[in-house]
Design a protein around this ligand. Sequence first.
Ligand SMILES: [Zn+2]
Ligand SMILES: [Zn+2]
Length: 266
Amino acid sequence: MIETHTHSFFSFDGKADIQAMINRAVELGVEYYCVTDHFDYDYKLLPDYQHVRQIDLPAYLARMNELKKQYPFFHLGCELGYSKGAIPLYMELPFDQFDYVLNSVHTVGQWDAYNPKYYVGKSKYEAYKGYLDKIRESLEVPYPYNTVSHIGYVRKNAPYEDKNLYYDDFKEELDGILKRIVELDKALEINSKLDNDQFMPEKDILSRYYELGGRKITYATDSHEPSRLGHNFQLAEKMASEIGFTHWTVFVKQKPVAIPFQPHKK
Ligand SMILES: [Zn+2]
Ligand SMILES: [Zn+2]
């Protein structure tokens, strides 16, 4: 089993000490585990989020590097919340210290898309399109990154009856994103939390990515606590293999490493 996207107390919304997360990873017998605490420099520029606690970078690097020496499967990553204004801040990061960099979109305009206020006065189409346009923009950042994380984050707290993000509703936007991910040779994250029986992104979007030549996918729970580590791993692997994917991709010193799927029991 692998686990590429997780958080600890170093993130403002973390719920666990990293040692507790690692202990659980050991119990699960993980081959690869990566901690990717939040760098929400996009928040620094927004009045309603400026108070949010930012990561203590020197302490984070010191603690995680110590653990890397102890646990060979353990890797050090970061999740960078994109906004155009935050680019110069991210450019200052010591990227050579990270095994793995996640490029995420959380904020669109004044709000985190998880905040109910984001949807006020917007149709589902407007809310989702605004978010997808921001992802398309985020792919062009000048700093290094490996994976585009949780496409569909906008649906997590959406007030619409059918929250799913359908490929057919946003063909142009999603094709633009998926083609660019393939061109740039980045990976696409599969977030294993099920919502209406769908992972994030939905299966039709993952199939389209495959059709466009995308082969690098990552498995992620985005766990903020030990109990969710490894959630739906087998199911995610089965779904991905039905589409045609044959392996997961993980990153070590920001270089891709293929982890073949297990043969499926009949
Ligand atoms: Zn995120
Ligand atoms: Zn995350």
